[in-house]
Design a protein around this ligand. Structure first.
Ligand code: GLA
Length: 386
């Protein structure tokens, strides 16, 4: 069920002094193509979804934040001036955002807050970026006269992941959560920060997510190791080709030249990234021609790369991809960081109902539990609700 302002406001009133504050929201995301390219300075192509986080905040005249997670029924207090911050990981996201906003010169004051979300957790739809963006946007509005632009708010969320959570993520999730536009996908060049919005009204097709419900958590996963492997290959290539600053600048010939100087795993990781950077641009061209067959084919290629070369898939996600192929789905792949979560499927309208039914049946037969189908509606980025 869709989360509403009232769901959050009623708890805010109940758990604090009965008064109300200001309410903000930020979305989770899908990504059509461009996976693990952001921290290699390549392109990504995400869109914000209607599901996200909603938070109510009210200054409380102290230096303390009193935070209530409605979903977890957990309450945590921390001081803005404490260098260590709270232990609970959900509260560390809020703490990290406060501290990073303060580091940018925003005079953050203590506040009471309650929040909830309807982005499925661990589905690879960036619930944590939605949380970070909600608070970065709110603090900028409440204490910072909205002086910080949305891209910098995204970087606040990214630094929170790096410094307070331990995930060395790229910028995609936070950028789309802050900068998403209803009805549009956003292609972003992660080196220059340049953004192009593409209207997303596929004629005769729709996007369907299938959540394997295999929990994906980037903290503690090999995500950081993948990033290091990519950076190492780029360094080795740069010794021969100084113009290569990251894998985004490399090509297959350069990779072959250094094959004996890197590990077999590093070679596979880099092959995937070089292919993926090119696929994002190919998909953008195809979309301009309404060529959904090419878009779909690229999605299958991405899945293959993520599964066999980048090795961030799992049995359940590969199974969902196989079912999509069997059912004539135009394109299908793992979405997000991997290690669990969803597949994203580009499905012709006339096949959609049958695909949703059959994929649930086949998955349940094999794994004894139902995957969850999520229809995608592309929504707006961070905003004030009231
Ligand atoms: C996670 C990270 C992003 C990105 C994706 C993979 O969602 O937060 O920065 O690297 O994985 O594309």
């Amino acid at each position: 069920m869709k989360l509403t302002i009232e769901d959050v406001r009623s708890r805010f009133i109940k758990h604090f002094d009965g008064s109300t504050g200001s309410v903000y929201a930020s979305p989770g995301r899908i990504n059509l193509i461009g996976e693990h390219t952001d921290y290699n300075n390549g392109y990504v192509f995400p869109g914000a979804v209607e599901q996200g986080m909603i938070a109510e905040l009210k200054p409380n005249g102290t230096r303390n934040v009193d935070a209530y997670s409605i979903d977890l029924k957990d309450r945590v207090q921390f001081s803005l001036d404490d260098d260590k911050g709270p232990k609970a990981s959900w509260a560390r996201y809020i703490y990290g955002v406060c501290r990073e906003m303060m580091a940018l010169g925003v005079p953050v004051q203590g506040f009471n807050t309650a929040f909830a979300g309807d982005v499925p957790l661990g589905a690879g739809m960036s619930s944590s970026a939605a949380l970070e963006s909600t608070y970065a946007f709110a603090l900028n509005d409440m204490f910072g006269d909205n002086k910080i632009d949305r891209m910098e708010l995204a970087r606040v969320g990214q630094r929170t992941e790096h410094k307070y959570i331990g995930v060395n993520c790229g910028i995609m999730d936070q950028a789309i959560s802050c900068l998403g536009k209803a009805g549009h996908l956003m292609r972003m060049d992660c080196r220059s920060g340049e953004i192009a919005y593409f209207p997303w009204h596929p004629k005769g097709y729709q996007l369907v997510l299938v959540n394997s419900c295999v929990k994906h958590e980037l903290a503690g996963s090999p995500y950081n190791e993948r990033r290091l492997q990519c950076e190492h290959v780029a360094e080795v290539i740069a010794k021969k080709h100084p113009e290569v600053k990251s894998l985004r600048d490399a090509n297959y010939d350069m990779l072959e030249e250094v094959k004996s100087e890197i590990t077999a795993d590093e070679y596979k990781r880099a092959r995937y990234v070089i292919g993926e950077v090119a696929r994002v641009l190919a998909v953008c061209d195809a979309l301009e021609k309404d060529d959904y067959e090419t878009v779909g084919q690229m999605m299958y290629e991405t899945h293959h790369g993520l599964s066999k070369e980048y090795e961030v898939s799992c049995e359940e996600l590969d199974f969902l991809n196989d079912v999509a192929k069997e059912e004539g789905v135009t394109g299908s792949r793992i979405m997000g960081g991997g290690f669990g979560g969803c597949t994203i499927n580009l499905v012709a309208d006339e096949l959609a109902d049958n695909f949703k039914k059959v994929v649930v049946e086949k998955f349940e037969k094999k794994y004894g539990k139902k995957p969850i189908i999520i229809d995608v509606v592309i929504g707006d980025g961070a905003r004030k609700l009231c």
